[in-house]
Design a protein around this ligand. Structure first.
Ligand code: SAM
Length: 970
């Protein structure tokens, strides 16, 4: 047996992509998302597969290895059946049942498929199982829980696993321990030095590994710590946190009620209820907007892009001009007519500038005639006044004022919701809330209940400063928000409890800070008409109108799902720059901020502002600032050098037989070659790479993946192999071919694991495998390459080498249905087109795939061949779309295929193959020599794309023409 691990020989990429997608789709019920916001958490199922794949040895029976691996992940037939949520409805069983099964066990009643009375419980179970087995993987998944939601493989499965691995274990944790002992002599130690939201340390701990998790950001360290200690704390810990959360929530409510700031005086009809609940409705949402004096008209204008408040409740706001005060009163109408709704949509007062609805004299102007006044005109050259610490609302002479324009009330007796314009009393309650905050402001800042930190200017943090004059993080919150969240902090701290529960409450504060700021959008179109969170995107976008949540609307924010999982192995979590890691891990699994546009360090400062004074007593060894300057980011030379430092450190901190798995988002050859350069310079050797689709736009069922995560498997480089590019090229060639052949051999014919993109990627990886095995390549100076400032479009020698690997892959990947003897004689443009047709049939519409093919085949300009070049909708022109353009000249125009496509177009146009046939006969001097190739191409075009609607008539025409040519001259 070799010492290779499973993941170095194969990986079930297709099934894992589907599982990852399923996990992602669970949104907020994903295990870790409830704990708090982090950007780009990796799916747990992928981490689980990676760890098991790194620990599992590869035997000389790859098929069996795969079966066992799928069993471990409960991704085999039996495991999927175990994971199903409940019974499969009779109507779904019907879809997958045979005629006989339908006849014996099912009938249709009341327009629905049902089980026949005669079908016993056993029959039903049996037929469901058979129907399930016949379903595709995607269909099966729709009835299943995630692998993490069940208790691993069944007893039966363990028997087979143990037999194959020669183990005697009954759980994943025992297996991991055993495999770790065999390979490393101890329980495996898994580390992640860029741990972000904590996926790697958490899943590794669930599998029973000893774990280390660190990240530059203390917010990330806190989330990771919580993942392991809260979620992994088990039932008792979770119950304690939930009890305390409840106490705090109730106490905050009591205080807010006593202050009387969220209730109005609406009367009660029922005396009894009034006695119990007191009087009035509760406010659950407050809508605010910016108000400015329009310099063109002198009118004070509330700025809102559209005056629709609720789609479902048909609620709108209407502006009523008041000539005396040159300002607008606002009316709120609930249950508006469709015409009023349409008008409210158009009446917005903000669209690329202030759009005042009246002229100087107060005469109404129709929306399309309103001029936009750019906000820059108001800000002036010197910009806005910068707020001071004590400014919590705009000063009276500030340019941007803030106005409360609507409150949503809930009648506690009936649960009915009402949108209302704020009354005089409501404005009084606003003032009262402000007074209360002012009373506590200094003390609360000192104690760290509310933030006091300055916002440091930066790529993302400039926006609040520039567009609002906000200089401190608490300026992103309105007085009510500061008062409420501060109160949660104060009351939470007054309750005596253990560290885990304190942190449970603390994360609640982070959630409130994210869901209740001046950057929260009001979403009128959502089913319940509600507010969104601050970070709906990766920026700090200031808003012209925003929503504030009252206490009752904070319930779902404060209480969050804490999934349960028992973790009992040791863990070490801390904030730390990856460059100074000193933990020794057997497996480093990292997902570095690679050429990734997310500004973690700046965005997470919002949370740090809330945690600043509270974090140090809880974690005395941790720092509590963002260490912005140390963040690894970008893609230029500084980035490359810091990445080398990080990875060199990690490579030093692993045993000789240790592994690294580096995840990153698959981009182009340059990115790949840079990463290769980095890992190479760090002394690592790539041994495999697999791409898992972790995100999708249109759903995995259509196969239109948007984003794949590439997973590079690395070992420490051994020996001192030296060579030059000329030596290495043939080796790359052989390795790419070997790799592709193996993949084709082990692929699952029924549920293909690999797409063309995977084969291409495997070609990159194969090239990297060869290249990174060398400690030096004579004509590539690594240090120089790392430091070199590249001009745009400039390539690196390593990128050229990798590119040559892709070319080999492209030559190798013959579209199914075309013979190698034909393929061999096609030129690059022809190959590009025919391969493109195949890719499209497989539902692949990513622009990047065509780019890669073009590179691989060596086609310079293919844009003219595209029917659409929109991202994720890229496709080729059909013969009919190509029409008679470009029939001679260089490139595609001069090819045989181009003439054949024209003949197809002629056949479509004339509804007869004759003209097309005659055309080919006349135009091609060597028609008879080329006849075999023409027939092969037409046969391919008549079959491959025929399932796509937009190709239908061309495919039919190709079929007709093919028939005519094959009979020609016979
Ligand atoms: C792509 S994210 C990791 C996401 C993580 N794998 C998950 O599943 O949530 C990259 C992380 O690198 C961190 N980072 C950036 N520079 C760093 C440095 N110098 N040392 C350690 N971590 C750093 C960022 O804070 C960010 O959390």
């Amino acid at each position: 047996m070799s010492n290779l691990t499973f993941i170095e020989t194969q990986f079930p990429v297709s099934k894992l992509s589907k599982e990852s997608y399923k996990e992602r789709k669970a949104n907020n019920s994903q295990t870790l998302t409830g704990l708090g916001k982090w950007w780009g958490r990796k799916p747990l199922v992928l981490i689980r597969a990676a760890i098991l794949g790194l620990l599992l040895p590869a035997s000389d029976d790859p098929k069996k290895d795969r079966e066992i691996f799928l069993k471990l992940l409960t991704m085999d037939e039996e495991g999927l059946w175990r994971r199903r949520r409940g019974n499969i409805p009779a109507s779904d069983v019907y879809q997958s049942a045979t005629e006989t099964e339908r006849e014996y066990y099912l009938n249709r009643k009341d327009n629905k498929w049902q089980w026949k009375k005669s079908a016993t419980k056993e029959d039903r179970e049996h037929i469901q199982r058979r129907a399930f087995n016949r379903m595709s993987y995607d269909e099966k998944l729709s009835y299943c829980m995630r692998p993490e939601e069940i208790d691993g493989p069944s007893e039966e499965a363990w028997k087979e696993i143990n037999a194959h691995l020669v183990t005697n274990v009954k759980s994943l944790q025992e297996l991991v321990q055993e495999l770790g002992k065999r390979r490393f002599g101890h329980n495996p130690r898994v580390g992640d030095a860029f741990c972000g939201g904590g996926s790697v340390p958490f899943e590794a701990a669930v599998l029973g590994c000893d774990v280390y998790g660190a990240d530059l950001s203390p917010v990330s360290a806190l989330l990771t710590w919580a993942a392991i200690n809260l979620i992994g704390g088990g039932e008792k810990v979770i119950r304690e946190i939930q009890d305390i959360q409840k106490k705090v929530y109730e106490a905050v409510k009591k205080q807010i009620d006593e202050w009387g700031i969220e209730r109005n005086d609406e009367g009660w009809t029922d005396e009894e209820t009034r006695k119990i609940l007191g009087k009035g409705w509760n406010a659950d949402y407050y809508l605010y907007c910016v108000e400015v004096v329009d310099p063109q008209t002198g009118w004070r204008v509330p700025l809102v892009p559209a005056w629709i408040i609720g789609q479902k409740t048909r609620t709108i706001a209407r502006l009523v001009p008041d000539k005396k005060t040159k300002s607008f009163k606002i009316e709120i109408i609930q249950g508006a007519s469709p015409e009023e709704m349409e008008k409210a949509k158009l009446e917005g007062t903000w669209a690329d500038g202030i759009r005042c609805p009246v002229d100087k004299d107060g005469n109404w102007i129709e929306p399309h005639s309103r001029q936009a006044t750019p906000i820059e005109e108001l800000r002036g050259r010197q910009g806005l006044r910068l707020w001071e610490n004590e400014d919590i609302v705009p000063r009276p002479d500030d340019i941007l004022q803030e106005r409360l324009y609507c409150i949503r009330w809930v009648d506690p007796e009936t649960g009915e919701k009402y949108y209302r314009v704020p009354t005089k009393e409501d404005i009084g309650r606003e003032a009262h809330a402000l007074e209360l905050l002012k009373e506590h402001f200094t003390e609360w800042q000192e104690k760290g209940y509310i933030p006091s930190r300055l916002i440091q200017p930066g790529d993302k943090t400039d926006e609040p400063i520039r567009t609002r004059g906000w200089t401190h993080w608490h300026h992103l919150y309105n007085p009510r928000q500061l008062l409420t969240i501060g109160l949660f902090q104060k009351i939470g701290l007054s309750i005596k409890c253990g560290k885990t529960s304190i942190i449970g409450l603390f994360l609640g504060i982070g959630r409130l800070a994210n869901w209740n700021s001046r950057l929260c959008i009001w979403d009128p179109s959502s089913a319940n008409e509600k507010g969104a969170s601050t970070y709906i995107n990766q920026a700090l976008n200031t808003l012209y109108n925003y929503v504030l949540r009252g206490h009752s609307a904070l319930e779902t924010t404060w209480f969050y799902d804490i999934h349960k999982s028992i973790i009992s192995t040791p863990s070490l979590i801390m904030p730390l720059d990856a460059r100074i890691t000193d933990f020794i891990a057997d497996l480093w699994i990292t997902d570095p901020p690679y050429a990734d546009a997310i500004n973690y360090e700046e965005l997470s400062e919002l949370f740090l502002a809330w945690y600043e004074k509270r974090l140090p007593p809880l974690f005395p060894d941790w720092y509590a600032d963002s260490k912005r300057a140390l963040a690894v980011k970008g893609s230029e030379e500084n980035f490359r050098l810091s990445m080398v430092e990080c990875y060199r450190r990690l490579a030093e901190n692993m045993p000789e037989n240790g592994f690294q798995l580096v995840m990153f988002t698959h981009q182009d050859v340059e990115v790949w070659s840079d990463l290769a350069l980095i890992l190479w310079a760090a002394g690592l050797h790539v041994t495999a790479a697999w791409t898992i689709a972790t995100e999708t736009e249109t759903g995995y069922k259509t196969g239109k993946y948007v984003k794949g995560t590439s997973n590079l498997v690395l070992r420490k480089r051994k020996g001192d192999l030296r060579g030059d590019r000329a030596d290495i090229y043939p080796e790359v060639l052989a390795e790419v071919q070997r790799q592709l052949k193996t993949m084709i051999e082990i692929d699952d014919k029924d549920d293909p694991n690999f797409t063309d993109a995977d084969y291409q990627l495997a070609a990159y990886a194969a090239a990297l495998r060869v290249v990174t095995a060398y400690s030096a390549i004579e004509d590539i100076d690594v240090e120089r390459e790392l430091r070199r400032v590249r001009k745009s479009g400039e390539s690196s020698p390593l990128a050229d080498l990798i590119r040559s690997a892709v070319k080999i892959a492209s030559d190798f990947l013959i579209p199914e249905g075309l013979d190698r003897s034909i393929w061999r004689y096609l030129n690059p443009e022809e190959r590009f087109y025919l391969k493109g047709v195949e890719v499209e049939v497989h539902g692949e519409y990513r622009d990047g795939v065509y780019q890669e093919f073009a590179r691989g085949f060596g086609v310079k300009d293919y844009r003219g061949l595209l029917g659409s070049d929109a991202a994720n909708r890229t496709r080729l022109k059909t013969p009919t779309e190509l029409k008679g353009r470009d029939l001679s000249g260089q490139g595609f125009a001069g090819t045989l295929l181009r003439q054949v496509l024209f003949a197809v177009y002629k056949t479509v146009e004339e509804e007869n193959p004759k003209p097309g046939l005659m055309y080919l006969r006349q135009e091609l001097s060597n028609y008879w020599d080329q006849r075999k190739t023409i027939l092969a191409i037409l046969d391919y075009l008549s079959k491959k794309p025929s399932a796509m609607d937009h190709w239908q008539k061309d495919a039919d025409a190709a079929h007709l023409l093919c028939g005519a040519i094959s009979e020609d001259g016979v």
